[in-house]
Design a binder for this molecule. Structure first.
Ligand code: ADP
Length: 886
């Protein structure tokens, strides 16, 4: 072989030949670089490449040829043509025995190496190679430069699902997840250029169509010339890791989002306290663009964090604090001072699995608004003199304001957690507990009670309380009303005194009226009688003046008494069925005559729809109103006309609303004096030189009467042009046929319709008993009876009346109420008692100067049948006798 190689001409041909027959050798040039290498040598050493400098081989770990380095240098520097040596090298537990020959072929050297493995070592090598490939968890795939798969290990089968016989001979692109195979082509191109691709992550396609993630290394395989003849791919299945990583990524992203978007300011420090990061909210809170703008970047150096907190963190504890910061601000809402902010800060050390602090988490909330509102509420409740308190549902004070101190003298701490019974006046227990129970039902209530002061005195407190269900507490605001209560008590006493005085006044007026009426009664009665006698014209004229003056005096007394009754609340309506037409007709007739006397035109219009109905109302009081208005119209009109009008305004549900008006063309009322009307004792002309008389009470009485009848009264007037007084009243409608009389029904007395047969003749021989202590009255009534042809008996007190009643056949009794010895009411009762044995019933008529409300009931309940007002009008007396005796 040496000869062969020494022949330079044939050297390279010979080398070609040696290579072909599998002899491993290396050709080293004069520069000590590998010039050529056979594939057998490459196979043996795998990493023997051309152009490698033998001197550059430094360590046996770098290069397998290290063991020839020494021998090479020896041989190179020798003059020998050849040299043989042997080396035994242990690689991966296999003992290799190398037989080496250097041959000098100027200018190059040839190293021929062969190896010999002992049987055991051979087996070991075989086993090692197979084991490496087969036992590997990694897919080991061998492919040629075009990508045709030539080797496929068990792990590859496991990962891809292809058995070796299914895949060997196929192209690698079959595994490309990108169906075009572009990725693999690119990879193979890189490999072709001799590049090794390390740790690249790639998605590959399995037999079942699923995709796997692999971490791969691809190393080119070269022949002895260093030409790439294929490559080896070693891949690790990282699908699970990848999924995990993806999950981690998603989770990390989520938490980062939360961190960034959280309205809570978050700042993170490492274990040494150096700031790591801060989120957006944190930067906004502290008015910085990023955490790097923050002046204090170490937790433990920050002057804003109290030492106590720092120590707590050092001791691995959590700390929560509220701090006030002064920062630049453009927010001045809520009256917040431009630069004052309150932050609630929670600082927590974070530990790793070994329990070591790895970081410090600071969470911050801007509570400026809460703090400001808190302060406002505190000021509002504590600077007020009212007591603000919160009670639980068992009436214990949970919180109270400063008011308890200013009002009651107690310290707030003396109130809190105490029950209200400790402070409440015993007499107010029941009312307070009832109020609170009601409060729980209604949600809101106002009540008063007495609370004891620290001094021992009691104060009246007025409470406004409310409950809010979800809070399960009672909110109360209490105000000291002691002074008000004292004033109210004084007022109450004054009111009682005034009422008593008013009552006394009414009583006085009633008595006075009785006392005045009695002599007027006499004057009028006697005048009436005198006018029935033969008189000269002059005498008759004088007596008529007496009669008119008496009537006028009586009217004034009636007005004064009406006002007294109104003021004492004793003025009541006397409801009775009546025909409006009848009431109006009499009135209109009288006023037509009176108007004529003054040369005034009197026009009346009555809505025809009003004339048919029977109404329930007080015709006497209606008459009183109309009389007053018509009298005024007549009084204040010198020429022109008076128009009376009555019309139905509305009618529904058994009620009829009637509007009356009286208009005149008289003196009118100046606009600035209108407000004087309808007031007691008020006249438009109140001068000493006034032309028209009157008391100024009429319209005030009318106003009261109208409002009692659910109506209104008003006036329109123009000075020197005239006035028009309007009023409305409400009546109930009653059907005449349906109306059933009931003697016991005092409010709705019997209506009697005129008897068509004249029975007067038959009653003239009846005996009337007159009981009256006033001699003039007695004489007047008896004369009236005598004039009509009645027999009469007279008594001056109740006892005499009973005596006469027992001794005579009496058909009719006129009984005065106030009489000496036995009054009219008791006398009536005795008579009725006696009659109860005989079954007889003699009509007894009460005679009274002026009936007060309730008097009529009193008369009727004592057994009387009716009453007649004094001064007695002779026609009324005759009508009454007719009614009971016919
Ligand atoms: P009196 O007529 O007794 O003074 P009234 O209460 O009836 O009391 O009237 C009060 C006042 O109202 C009268 O004094 C008069 O000044 C004014 N007044 C009432 N009716 C008329 C009217 N028709 N025309 C002008 N003035 C009137």
């Amino acid at each position: 072989m040496e000869d062969l190689l020494n022949n330079n001409e044939n050297l390279y041909n010979s080398l070609e030949f040696l290579s072909d027959i599998g002899v491993p050798y290396i050709l080293i040039d004069s520069n000590d670089c590998i010039k050529a290498v056979t594939s057998a040598a490459v196979e043996m050493f795998t990493n023997v490449y051309m152009d490698k400098n033998i001197n550059a081989i430094s360590s046996k770990f770098d290069d397998i040829l290290w063991f020839i380095k020494k021998n090479f240098l020896l041989f190179k520097n020798s003059t020998e043509d050849s040299c043989a040596f042997q080396k035994i090298v242990k690689i991966n537990n296999i003992k290799w025995k190398f037989n080496c020959n250097f041959i000098r072929t100027e200018p190059d050297l040839i190293l021929i190496i062969n190896y010999h493995l002992e049987k055991d070592e051979y087996i070991k090598k075989a086993l090692l190679l197979t084991a490496i490939e087969e036992s590997s968890e990694n897919a080991i795939i061998g492919q040629d430069v075009d990508g045709t798969i030539v080797s496929w290990n068990t792990a590859a089968e496991k990962i891809y699902g292809y058995a070796p016989n299914e895949i060997i001979g196929k192209n690698l692109s079959i595994l490309d997840s990108d169906k075009s195979g572009e990725n693999i082509k690119n990879l193979l191109n890189n490999i072709k250029s001799g590049e090794e691709v390390k740790n690249y992550e790639v998605k590959r396609l399995c037999k079942n169509g699923e995709e796997v993630f692999l971490s791969s290394n691809v190393a080119p395989l070269k022949n002895y010339k260093g030409e790439v003849i294929g490559s080896c791919t070693i891949s690790r299945d990282i699908t699970e890791t990848k999924k995990l990583t993806e999950k981690l990524y998603v989770s990390e992203k989520m938490f980062r989002n939360i961190y960034e978007q959280s309205p809570i300011g978050i700042e993170l420090f490492d274990a040494n306290g150096d700031v790591i990061s801060a989120n957006k909210s944190f930067c906004e809170m502290f008015k910085i663009n990023s955490i790097s703008d923050f002046k204090y970047d170490n937790f433990f150096d920050s002057p804003y964090i109290p030492e106590k907190t720092k120590n707590k963190i050092k001791n691995r504890q959590t700390s929560r604090i509220t701090r006030r910061y002064t920062l630049k601000s453009n927010n001045s809402s809520l009256g917040i001072k431009d630069s004052s902010y309150y932050f609630d800060m929670l600082m927590t050390p974070i530990f790793n699995e070994n329990g070591d602090t790895t970081s410090i988490l600071t969470q911050i909330q801007d509570i400026t608004r809460v703090k400001t509102v808190e302060k406002m509420v505190y000021n509002f409740t504590n600077l007020s003199d009212d007591i603000f308190c919160i009670l639980d549902l068992k009436w214990n004070f949970l919180n109270v304001s400063n008011g308890v101190e200013s009002v009651l003298g107690w310290k707030m701490s003396e109130f809190i957690h105490k029950n209200i019974v400790n402070f409440l006046h015993v007499d107010d227990f029941d009312s307070t507990f009832n109020a609170i129970n009601l409060l729980l039902k209604t949600g809101r209530i106002t009540y008063r009670n007495r609370y004891i002061c620290k001094s021992g005195k009691y104060k009246w407190i007025e409470w406004s309380s409310f409950v809010i269900d979800e809070d399960k507490v009672i909110y109360c605001i209490g105000r000291d009303i002691t002074e008000r209560m004292e004033r109210e008590e004084e007022l109450r006493k004054a009111k009682i005194a005034a009422e008593e005085a008013s009552l006394a006044k009414s009583r006085f007026l009633a008595n006075m009226s009785h006392e005045i009426r009695t002599p007027i009664n006499g004057i009028m009665g006697m005048t009436e009688l005198a006018l029935m006698t033969d008189l000269t014209e002059e005498q008759s004229e004088y007596l008529n003046v007496v009669k008119t003056s008496s009537q006028h005096l009586l009217d004034i007394i009636n007005d004064v008494l009406d006002i007294a009754k109104i003021e004492s609340g004793k003025f009541k309506l006397d409801l009775t069925p009546f025909y409006l037409e009848e009431t109006i007709n009499t009135l209109v007739n009288n006023f037509s005559i009176l108007s004529k006397k003054k040369y005034l035109e009197f026009i009346s219009f009555v809505d025809p729809s009003l004339t048919k109905d029977c109404l329930i109302g007080d015709p006497l009081k209606l008459n009183q109103i109309l009389m007053n208005l018509l009298t005024n119209a007549l009084k204040f009109t010198e020429r022109g006309s008076i128009i009376f009008c009555a019309k139905r305004v509305s009618c529904s549900e058994g009620k009829v609303n009637v509007q009356f008006s009286v208009s005149d063309t008289g003196i009118g009322i100046p606009a600035d004096k209108m407000d004087r009307l309808f007031k007691n004792f008020s006249q438009v002309d109140d001068s000493y030189t006034k032309k028209y008389g009157g008391t100024g009470l009429g319209l005030a009485i009318c106003k009261h009467l109208v409002s009692m009848m659910n109506g209104n009264i008003w006036v329109t007037s123009k000075e020197d042009q005239g006035s028009c007084f309007y009023f409305t009243v409400e009546f109930s409608l009653v059907n005449k046929n349906q109306y059933i009389s009931n003697d016991n029904d005092l409010d709705v007395p019997t209506i009697t319709y005129p008897d068509p047969i004249d029975t007067k003749e038959s009653i003239y021989n009846k005996t009337v008993l007159v009981a009256d202590d006033n001699e003039i009255n007695q004489r007047f009534i008896c004369t009236l009876l005598e004039k009509k042809g009645y027999r009469y008996l007279s008594a001056y007190n109740g006892s005499d009346a009973i005596k006469l009643f027992s001794e005579n056949e009496v058909d009719f009794i006129l009984m005065d109420i106030q009489m000496p010895k036995l009054n009219g009411l008791n006398a009536t009762k005795i008579i009725r008692d006696r009659e109860s044995k005989t079954g007889k019933h003699t009509p007894i008529i009460a005679m009274t100067a002026y009936a007060m409300t309730g008097d009529k009931e009193k008369f009727l309940s004592s057994g009387m049948d009716d009453y007649i007002a004094k001064p007695i009008n002779f026609q009324s007396l005759y009508d009454l006798i007719d009614k009971y005796l016919s």
